[in-house]
Design a protein. Structure first.
Length: 188
């Protein structure tokens, strides 16, 4: 499964880069990911972290899900896709709805291990995240402050700024992340 996911990511990265007419050098400058790492990812030789994939997605002005899933059509039943990244990440991403241009959004279910922290870079301008906690208590940092969100609660924020998610408990935290792209922040 990991090799298959790495191959998909590599193919999607290469296609997105070539669609923009970018070399690996330009892509490295735009994403903050080294040329060597980008080449390894494109060849399926690297198991990129979530943070690395987010940097690539933002730099390419793509959605995160566009790097790891296939599109689904309206009215089509689709299986969600659980994407396991390196164990050190402490988080599992399940793509519920991949990015679709007609609604300019994508939806994930995330499961965070105890005491795990995920730092996120700013998304493109106009992106808003909606967080809904299914289980546990999640601390979310944005606008220079922490916000505690517990089971059954939700919060939304402008994600075009650095933000973070922290599970500061000894239990799993499960939450939904619905990422909406405005016309200004809409991905191609």
């Amino acid at each position: 499964m990991k090799e298959q996911l790495n191959e998909i990511i590599g193919q999607r990265l290469r296609a997105a880069r070539k669609a923009k007419g970018w070399s690996l050098d330009i892509t490295a400058n735009q994403t903050g990911v080294s040329k060597a790492m980008l080449g390894q990812i494109e060849r399926g030789e690297s198991n990129p972290t979530i943070s690395t994939l987010w940097k690539i997605a933002v730099g390419l002005e793509q959605s995160f899900s566009s790097l790891i899933t296939n599109d689904s059509d309206l009215g089509q039943v689709a299986d969600s896709m659980l994407s396991h990244f390196p164990e050190s990440e402490g988080i599992d991403f399940e793509v519920i709805f991949p990015y679709q241009d007609d609604v300019a959004m994508e939806t994930y279910q995330l499961t965070m291990q105890p005491y795990y922290e995920h730092q996120a870079n700013a998304h493109t301008p106009g992106v808003i995240e909606h967080i809904v906690v299914k289980q546990g208590t999640l601390n979310v940092w944005f606008n220079q402050q922490w916000h505690s969100v517990s089971t059954g609660q939700s919060i939304r924020f402008n994600a075009d700024q650095p933000h973070a998610y922290v599970n500061s408990t000894d239990a799993l935290v499960i939450f939904y992340d619905i990422i909406c792209y405005s016309q200004q922040g809409k991905q191609s």
